[in-house]
Write a protein that binds this ligand. Structure first.
Ligand code: SF4
Ligand code: SF4
Length: 61
């Protein structure tokens, strides 16, 4: 599951071009992630300078 913390996000847009699948989009209201496109690579999470993004991986046993 992909999580965006709207209180931390500065709307800098820096993470948008980092995403290899174009899952991130920045609107006036904030950043969105299209989870149908996201491959959970974590690149944007590592990139974000204020740690506004988080990935929660769920494993099925
Ligand atoms: S890099 Fe971080 S602060 Fe900038 S738009 Fe992305 S989530 Fe927000
Ligand atoms: S985790 Fe990877 S695929 Fe998903 S939004 Fe971030 S950069 Fe894009």
């Amino acid at each position: 599951m992909f999580k965006i913390d709207p209180e931390k996000c500065l709307h800098c847009g820096g993470c948008v071009p980092v995403c290899p699948t174009d899952a991130l989009e920045l609107f006036e209201a904030g950043l969105t992630c299209d989870e149908e496109r996201c491959v959970y690579c974590g690149d944007c999470v590592l990139f974000c300078p204020v740690k506004a993004l988080e990935l929660e991986l769920e494993y099925q046993v």
